[in-house]
Design a protein around this ligand. Structure first.
Ligand SMILES: [Zn+2]
Length: 304
């Protein structure tokens, strides 16, 4: 189906058009590319937008807010941990590499990305020519207003509690529960020696169970599907700030938050310095009002 779509796209763009585009591109010096989710969709990343784009029962826009994080940091972190995991499993595609290569060949080619998935960075896009309008899943920052702690972090899972559950771990949990029931019924209360033996047995059983299930159920569970259970995670198990012990959060721009001021200033200065020869709009609807708002002044985020 994908190749049919590609063929259709090629057919829709006649060779002469592609040649004239290439010729025009070569003539242009100051170029700006605005990229969005469509670029990374070609790498197989879900966008969680539109019909069927829900994460569990939630629209992504409901989870990507400071209020959602305040109310339910556990759920919001599980959503972002899933997205980090998916992004790391995906690979940059030809589009990411082409933009990176064009940027290397032309220092006056900048890219404004609305994507938070890190794929452009992994395609070795020159950092000085890549401006992330919505932050990154792999920038982590403190939620405390007065604490400025931030770091880049590609660890997956970022903390053990946020590991994507596997089918084998579910089976182990079921087995563990069975063992707990067996312990409660079979053993006299307070018999410590016997308890230690039982613990050893449970440990052996778990190990055996893990080995048995290793091959057949090492598959990850799709936690974006509501029918799959996700654990409750306490705040203590979520990523903590090493400086103030507050909760850390993903360094993405949430709905209602301002776009990164420094990034916008850099882009504005670049745009004001000389006329732009060409603007490429890739994988985004780039509605004029949003584009103007994004490029002309620091506004709050309206779209992912
Ligand atoms: Zn902190």
């Amino acid at each position: 189906m994908a190749s049919t779509t590609k063929q259709a796209a090629r057919a829709a763009l006649p060779l002469t058009d592609r040649e004239s585009f290439a010729a025009h591109l070569k003539k242009c010096r100051r170029i700006v590319a605005l990229v969005g989710a469509g670029l990374s969709a070609a790498s197989g990343l879900p966008t969680f937008r539109g019909a069927g784009g829900l994460w569990r029962t939630h629209d992504a826009t409901d989870l990507a807010t400071p209020e959602a994080f305040d109310e339910n940091p556990d759920l919001v972190w599980q959503f972002y941990s899933f997205r980090r995991h998916m992004a790391l499993k995906a690979a940059p595609n030809k589009g990411h590499y082409a933009l990176a290569e064009l940027s290397r060949k032309n220092r006056d080619f900048i890219t404004l990305s609305q994507n938070v998935d890190g794929l452009s960075q992994r395609a070795q896009h020159p950092p000085g020519q890549l401006h992330l309008l919505h932050g990154s899943l792999f920038d982590i920052k403190c939620t405390d207003f007065y604490c400025k702690y931030t770091r880049e972090d590609f660890t997956d899972p970022i903390v053990p509690a946020l590991a994507i559950p596997k089918k084998s771990s579910l089976k182990n949990n079921e087995k563990k529960e069975e063992n707990v029931v067996a312990q409660q019924t079979d053993k006299p209360y307070g018999d410590q020696e016997k308890e230690a033996e039982e613990d050893q047995k449970v440990g052996d059983e778990k190990k055996k169970c893990k080995e048995e299930n290793k091959d057949e159920s090492d598959e990850e569970i799709d936690i974006s599907d509501i029918s799959n259970h996700i654990p409750n995670i306490s705040n203590e198990e979520l990523p903590q700030c090493p400086e103030c012990k507050g909760l850390l959060r993903p360094g993405v721009v949430w709905f209602g938050e301002p776009l990164p001021t420094t990034t916008l200033e850099t882009v504005e200065n670049w745009m004001d310095s000389e006329p732009i020869d060409l603007m490429l709009v890739i994988g985004t609807s780039a509605q004029v009002s949003q584009l103007r708002a994004t490029l002309m002044k620091p506004v709050t985020r309206e779209h992912e």
